[in-house]
Ligand binder design. Structure first.
Ligand code: SF4
Length: 345
């Protein structure tokens, strides 16, 4: 046990509880973990009354990606983001698109990866011409220790840091990260507790709280993604609730990405999202007052482009993850001078 402890990274955001238990405060599961046990994510372990990360030195993915792939459409468009992950997640979504790396730790304790240091990650990002580091593919909250060390170093080197997240981190975790976290794409998967409970083994309300907090109490740039699963979260009523929530509790300037679903993992008895549903969701988002709505996983669709919400001028032309043209001038529409929200547009 002693040897294991020596090689592990002490976790952040936890407190001791009685009988050598610990209480993790990183995500809204707020696990109370017995000695020698792990939390629900299976990647944080209590050893002798101290919580450790089991993934700090186990990076399982590291690639330079277009930032549009995250997706972030209003944050340094056309740049590359060095994207890293470790195995594990605090959700168990039946339709997970990255289940091979997100669910293996939960299913069978498998945690594979390379000991890549924060210094090496930042160096690789710079070498690959990236403007940011993205903590993505799996849930970054559960590898916060690596994000924190890497994020602080990246900041010193002039790089930005972004999360692609399910939004289940606690307010304490957002506060912990907000000095170095510059942008985040949060999944708002549905607008019903039943959906979150049944399909993700989690709850909706903490995600709503996190989104509101990020939008109103921090300077972190926020975009939201909803994967449209046929028959589960694609009714007019539910889509309207999501769009109205973003408008009223976040901001009409927050881009909403509506993503096409393809059957995955345990959720195979379904069809891909019909294009009509995606277009209906797009119209509902715009009618609710959202300034920027995008369709994802539909390469070539007109709704991949950014339009001026005032005059309708095409501002950024996209083809999949590629930027074909960016007509924004000093963060404004070149025709009507309306300010376009975002970062380094
Ligand atoms: S990160 Fe979440 S799931 Fe993992 S131990 Fe902490 S509270 Fe539990």
């Amino acid at each position: 046990m002693e040897t294991e402890e020596k090689s592990l990274k002490k976790a952040v955001l936890w407190e001791p509880d009685k009988d050598k238990k610990v209480r993790c405060k990183l995500c809204s599961h707020r696990c109370v973990i017995d000695e020698r046990k792990v939390g629900r994510c299976n990647v944080r372990k209590n050893i002798d009354g101290v919580l450790y990360s089991l993934t700090y030195d186990k990076v399982c993915s590291a690639n330079p990606d277009p930032i549009e792939k995250k997706p972030l459409f209003h944050f340094q468009p056309g740049t590359r983001s060095f994207s890293i992950a470790t195995m594990g997640c605090n959700f168990q979504c039946d339709f997970c698109q990255n289940w091979q790396i997100s669910q293996a730790a939960i299913e069978n304790g498998q945690i594979d990866g390379e000991p890549i240091t924060p210094e090496q990650i930042v160096e690789a990002a710079v070498r690959n011409g990236c403007k940011s580091i993205a903590y993505t593919y799996t849930e970054p909250t559960v590898f916060m220790e690596l994000c924190n060390d890497c994020g602080r170093l990246a900041k010193e080197k002039g790089l930005k840091n972004i999360f692609v997240s399910n939004g289940y981190q606690t307010i304490e975790a957002i506060d912990f990260a907000k000095d170095w976290l510059d942008g985040i794409n949060v999944d708002l998967k549905a607008f019903s507790e039943d959906y979150y409970k049944r399909l993700c083994k989690a709850r909706l309300q903490p995600v709503l709280d996190t989104i509101s907090y990020i939008a109103n109490q921090t300077n972190i740039w926020l975009e939201i993604t909803t994967l449209l699963v046929p028959g589960e979260n694609d009714s007019d009523d539910e889509l309207k609730k999501i769009a109205e929530f973003i408008v009223t509790k976040a901001n009409p300037d927050v881009p909403w990405h509506i993503s096409r679903f393809y059957p995955q993992y345990k959720y195979l008895d379904s069809v891909p999202t019909p294009l009509e549903s995606l277009e209906r969701a797009y119209d509902i988002g715009r009618a609710a007052g959202l300034h920027y709505v995008y369709l994802g996983n539909v390469p070539g669709a007109k709704s991949e482009n950014t339009f001026c919400y005032k005059c309708g001028r095409t501002l950024i032309e996209r083809m999949g993850y590629k930027i074909l043209a960016n007509h924004i001038k000093k963060s404004c529409c070149p025709d009507c001078n309306t300010k376009i929200a975002g970062f380094e547009l």
